[in-house]
Design a protein around this ligand. Structure first.
Ligand SMILES: CN(C)c1ccccc1CNc1ccc(C(N)=O)cn1
Length: 247
């Protein structure tokens, strides 16, 4: 998969994508991340990328033409069609479901706004999808781009080893993860570890973990539970958790 990022701070995006699982995915050519600076596509001597807002008011707006030229260069750089995403607080909330959809695409382009954002006509004519990583205001879209690169990059076939993909699965079935423990078995300040995890009874351990994931999701993110039907076994485990919880 190829991801092209349009940003006034290309180093930030490139360096964050060079680290860890995503960096390794790039080395293995499972993922390609390219950055494009709109300033390199500005045609005036001052390499201007922003303009004063029509209608007045504070701040600046990113100009259409440098962005449009960068997108044209992106399209020209490889044959596959490009799905163009604009990161902004006005976008649809990014979810794992959306990440999985993006991870299956041959190419995406991520446009990172700075200042007060970009001219609406660029969004109207060039952007396929506006996405937000959460309901908060950042100085630019680059952190959103880094989030998408990471979430999509780790889903590329071969990016994760077995342990990591198991961890991915525990989140991906729409539930929160269960608690995890490691040595010491008995911590002199914070005590012990749930007995079942020391029992060696792998069926009981699987059951306990599933019950904890269901229970935690019910306690902390009940909204996630309404989004997915529970099979009979999960329903029974959750009922058991709830009975024990209120006791
Ligand atoms: C300057 N701002 C507010 C702005 C306005 C419009 C577009 C881009 C930006 C850049 N900032 C962003 C970008 C994304 C998110 C998000 N929640 O995904 C938060 N902030």
């Amino acid at each position: 998969m190829r991801i092209d990022v349009v940003s006034l701070f290309p180093d930030f995006v490139r360096q964050s994508a060079a680290i860890g699982v995503v960096g390794r995915a790039q080395q293995r050519e499972l993922l390609q991340v390219e950055t494009w600076n709109p300033r390199d596509f500005a045609t005036d001597n001052y390499r201007t990328v922003d303009g004063r807002p029509f209608g007045g008011g504070p701040g600046m707006v990113m100009l259409i033409d440098p962005l449009r030229a960068a997108l044209a260069a992106i399209r020209e750089a490889a044959p596959e069609p490009v799905h163009v995403i604009y990161l902004s607080p006005q976008g649809a909330r990014l979810t794992q479901k959306k990440v999985e959809a993006l991870a299956g695409m041959p190419r995406i382009a991520l446009i990172c706004g700075r200042y007060e954002g970009v001219d609406e006509r660029l969004i109207e004519h060039e952007v396929d999808e506006e996405l937000s990583i959460g309901d908060y205001v950042l100085s630019g879209g680059e952190l959103g781009a880094a989030v998408i690169i990471d979430a999509v990059g780790r889903l590329q076939e071969g990016a994760l080893n077995d342990a990591q993909s198991a961890q991915q699965d525990s989140f991906s079935d729409g539930l929160l993860d269960c608690p995890h423990y490691t040595r010491p078995v008995h911590h002199d300040v914070w005590g012990g570890v749930p007995e079942v995890l020391l029992s060696g009874d792998h069926a009981a351990i699987r059951r306990w973990r599933r019950k904890q994931s269901l229970g935690r999701t019910w306690l902390r993110r009940p909204d996630l539970l309404t989004q997915r039907a529970l099979d009979d076994e999960s329903r029974a485990l959750l009922d058991e958790f709830r009975r024990e919880y209120t006791r």
